[in-house]
Unconditional design. Structure first.
Length: 312
C-alpha cells in the first residue's frame, strides 16, 4: 500500500479546530489501515507558531525542510496575510510544478491564490472572507462549498469542514470503506447534499422555516451588488408590501429594507477586511451608487468610516 507524507505549514493565528480537523482523520486512518500517513509541522522560519487561541504549536523545520511530500496543507485563519511572503510563493510554485497536492484551509486559499497556483481551479474558503477572495482572484473559480478537490488543489472553508475534506481525500486515496470507518470513529456524518453549503443556511441562522421569508432573504443575499425594489422582493415571497413588512417585523424584529441594507454593509465589511478593492469599489460591489452615501451608512452601522475600519 502507498504511503503519504503530509506537511502542515502553520501560519500565525491559524485555526486550531481546522488544523486538528484535518489531522485527526489521518491518525484514525492509520489505526485501521496501518501507517499509511505520516505528518510533520513546519513554519516559515522554523519557529513555534501560536494558533488563534494563543496555544503555541512546535514545528520540526522551516520552508527549506519541506522536501517533496505527497501533500502540503496550509493552515491559516485570522492573519493569513502574514504568510504572504516571497519565500512561500516560490515554494508553492515549485511544489505545484512537482505535482504535489496543495491544500488550503480556512483563509489559506488566499496564499495559494497569491502564488498563482489556483488559477483555473475550483476553490473555496471561509464564508466570511469569500466575497473578498472572489473579488481579489478573478482567475480562480470560486464556490461557496465546504470543500473543493480539483486536480491537485484542495481547499476548504475551515472549522469542521476540514474533517469533511480529509474524509473525501481518504476516500479518493484509500477507498470509501476506510473513509466510512474513520467518519464513524469521529462521530462525523453530514446529510447528503450538505457538502455544497459553505455557511449555515438562513433557516438555521434565523430559526424559521417560513418559505416566504426564506425566499426573500435568499433574493436579498443574491442581489447585494444590484439591489432590487421592495415591491420585487415582496412579489418573490408572494406577499404584499404590508404583509412583507409585518412578516419581517414578527420574525426578525426588523424592517425588510433595513435588513437588506445590513446584509450589504456586512458584505462591505468583509470586502474591506479580505480584499484589495478600493473603498469606492467596495461601495459599488455592495449596491451603493456613490461613495458618500456608502460612507455615511457604514459609519452609522459600524461606528467607524470604511477607511478607519480597514486600518484597524
Amino acid at each position: 500500500m502507498a504511503t503519504y507524507d503530509v506537511v502542515f505549514i502553520l501560519v500565525p493565528r491559524f485555526s486550531m479546530i481546522a488544523l486538528y480537523g484535518a489531522l485527526e482523520p489521518l491518525r484514525v486512518a492509520n489505526r485501521f489501515a496501518g501507517e499509511v500517513f505520516s505528518w510533520r509541522f513546519i513554519s516559515a522560519e522554523g519557529q513555534p507558531v501560536a494558533a488563534s487561541n494563543d496555544i503555541p504549536v512546535s514545528v520540526s523545520g522551516d520552508l527549506q525542510a519541506i522536501g517533496q511530500p505527497a501533500m502540503v496543507v496550509l493552515s491559516a485563519s485570522y492573519e493569513h496575510e502574514r504568510g504572504q511572503t516571497r519565500a512561500l510563493r516560490n515554494t508553492l510554485r515549485r511544489l505545484a510544478r512537482e505535482q504535489v497536492t496543495l491544500i488550503g484551509i480556512d483563509t489559506a486559499p488566499f496564499l495559494l491564490a497569491e502564488a498563482g497556483v489556483l488559477d483555473g481551479h475550483r476553490a473555496t474558503c471561509h464564508w466570511e472572507s469569500l466575497p473578498g477572495f472572489r473579488e481579489s482572484y478573478p482567475r480562480v473559480r470560486v464556490t461557496q462549498s465546504l470543500y473543493e478537490i480539483d486536480h491537485g488543489r484542495v481547499t476548504c472553508a475551515g472549522g469542521s469542514a476540514a474533517i469533511d475534506m480529509m474524509l473525501a481525500l481518504i476516500e479518493n486515496l484509500l477507498g470509501k470503506a476506510l473513509a466510512v470507518i474513520v467518519a464513524d470513529q469521529l462521530l462525523h456524518f453530514r446529510e447528503s447534499g450538505e457538502r455544497f453549503q459553505g455557511r449555515a443556511p438562513a433557516r438555521a441562522r434565523h430559526g424559521t422555516d417560513d418559505p416566504r421569508l426564506l425566499s426573500i432573504i435568499a433574493a436579498m443575499e443574491d442581489t447585494t451588488e444590484e439591489p432590487i425594489t421592495a415591491a420585487a422582493l415582496a412579489a418573490i415571497g408572494g406577499l404584499s408590501l404590508r404583509q412583507m413588512e409585518r412578516l419581517f417585523h414578527d420574525r426578525l424584529g426588523q424592517r425588510p429594507i433595513g435588513y437588506y441594507r445590513q446584509l450589504r454593509l456586512e458584505k462591505a465589511a468583509r470586502l474591506l477586511r479580505y480584499s484589495h478593492l478600493s473603498v469606492r469599489d467596495v461601495s459599488l460591489a455592495c449596491g451603493f451608487s456613490s461613495l458618500a452615501p456608502f460612507c455615511r451608512a457604514f459609519r452609522d452601522w459600524h461606528g467607524a468610516t470604511p477607511r478607519t475600519f480597514r486600518r484597524s
